[in-house]
Ligand binder design. Structure first.
Ligand code: PMP
Length: 420
């Protein structure tokens, strides 16, 4: 592969004994971007971005035009979402946009907060915390390599927690969409492909007086076949975190059909942070442009360098490796995924999600605890509204960590002895 050579080495943590696959930190992407070298370097002179404003004629006036055009170009290339006639609202990650969307679509003067639902298992996010503050970690610390405690760990958050943490009078979490029986207005969050189980999702409540918010963070061709026509829901949320891997840039965008909804989402972002970092937007614009270039300028980029091709193969290898480990161990089960034709690549393939939704077989009731006993940190199904027999495992760590994980999983061949 003719990637540019660079002397820069991304920070590589020492391979600790504890393998942390609890949160979906997308460090798998680091090496690809390292290999693009200066093509993705952005230099910002000191005088730039002094103003709060980006384009005062635009409804979302803190949206950098360069970022907006790179978003449109990428969606047109991939064909995963309609952009014509849509408003783009930029946010500090799609986490901020999710809250902006709830604010925008909640009735402002209702007598009670509107219900927010999502079909279980639903998305659970994480908030960084030092490891040693986590109670479950303290309990089990004597088993672990103590040097690991300097690494940041996470405290659980989730759609329910993001929805309810400010005790809003506008909206409130109402749980699993499949169990929602009230004859009242509601907001349904549809995450497709879904986090944690990777499946494609459609709305399940399907009643009058419902508003849908589509979280399409993983609707990219390295994870799932892109179908035709492009998605054209009323509110669609995207993020660089899971498309390009730049979670630290904290940038997301919403494609919104209705002008008033886009205006209110913009208002939310103004009220909470008076806009979104322009440095981040410029950097993300550059990254998205290089992705589009890598597919469109084949004279400059080699075949293997095209971003989505490269990452499709990367995910395919990981899923093969994980399935081989599960097969060897015989103590776990993975979901089988349907095949679909990808209109972007022309390839027919089965989903290869960013998370593995692993089930412990046999008598193991608490899969998270079982794996923790083998020093593999995962997230229990109970945090996603599902059983403790399931765990969610990030498929996006660095190669070294993923290799170490699959080796360890394959070596787990016996269940713990029942306690006397
Ligand atoms: N939605 C889903 C379904 C996610 O999995 C994530 C990241 N874990 C997010 C949103 C949050 O993305 P961001 O980093 O842009 O806030």
């Amino acid at each position: 592969m003719a990637f540019l050579e660079t002397n820069f080495q991304p920070s590589k943590p020492a391979l600790s004994e504890v393998i942390d696959l609890d949160h979906g930190d997308p460090t798998m992407y680091e090496r690809y971007w390292q290999q693009t070298g200066d093509r993705t370097t952005v230099v910002i002179p000191g005088w730039k971005f002094i103003s709060y404003f980006s384009d005062v004629r635009s409804l979302c006036w803190f949206l950098e035009p360069e970022f907006a055009s790179s978003v449109v170009r990428l969606h047109k290339l991939v064909g995963n979402a309609a952009t014509d006639g849509r408003y783009i609202v930029v946010g500090t990650g799609s986490t901020q946009l999710f809250q902006a969307a709830l604010y925008a679509v909640s009735p402002p003067n209702a007598s009670e907060p509107i219900s927010v639902v999502s079909a279980a298992p639903f998305y659970s996010v994480s908030r960084l915390q030092p490891t040693f503050l986590l109670p479950r970690f303290v309990n089990s610390m004597h088993d672990f390599d103590v040097s690991h405690t300097v690494v940041d760990r996470v405290v659980l958050q989730s759609y329910p927690q993001i929805t309810d943490f400010l005790r809003s009078g506008l909206y409130k979490w109402a749980g699993d969409a499949r169990k929602f029986k009230r004859d009242a207005p509601y907001i349904e969050l549809v995450t497709s492909p879904n986090n944690p189980d990777g499946l494609s999702r459609v709305a399940v409540v399907n009643r009058d007086r419902g508003v849908l918010v589509h979280d399409l963070a993983y609707y990219w061709p390295q994870y799932t076949p892109i179908s035709s026509p492009p998605a054209d829901h009323d509110i669609m949320l995207f993020t660089v975190s899971k498309s390009t891997g730049h979670a630290g840039t904290r940038l997301g965008w919403a494609l919104v059909k209705d002008k008033e909804t886009a205006r209110k989402m913009t208002e939310f972002i103004v009220l909470t942070s008076i806009g979104v970092s322009k440095e981040s937007q410029l950097r993300a614009a550059k990254i998205l442009q290089v992705i589009s270039d890598s597919h469109e300028q084949r004279g400059i980029f080699d075949e293997g360098e095209a971003f989505f091709e490269h990452k499709y193969h990367h995910m395919a290898r990981r899923w093969k490796q994980l399935r081989a480990a599960v097969e060897k161990s015989k103590l776990f089960r993975l979901p089988e995924f349907p095949h679909g034709k990808c209109e972007f690549s022309g390839r027919t393939f089965a989903l290869q999600p960013a998370f593995a939704w692993l089930k412990c077989e046999g008598d193991t009731e608490d899969c998270e605890a079982f794996l923790r006993g083998h020093k593999v940190l995962t997230r229990s199904g109970k945090h996603f509204g599902e059983s403790t027999r399931h765990v969610r495992i990030s498929m996006l760590p660095r190669d070294e960590v993923f290799d170490q994980f699959t080796e360890r999983l394959a070596s787990i061949t016996s269940l713990p002895l029942p306690s006397p």
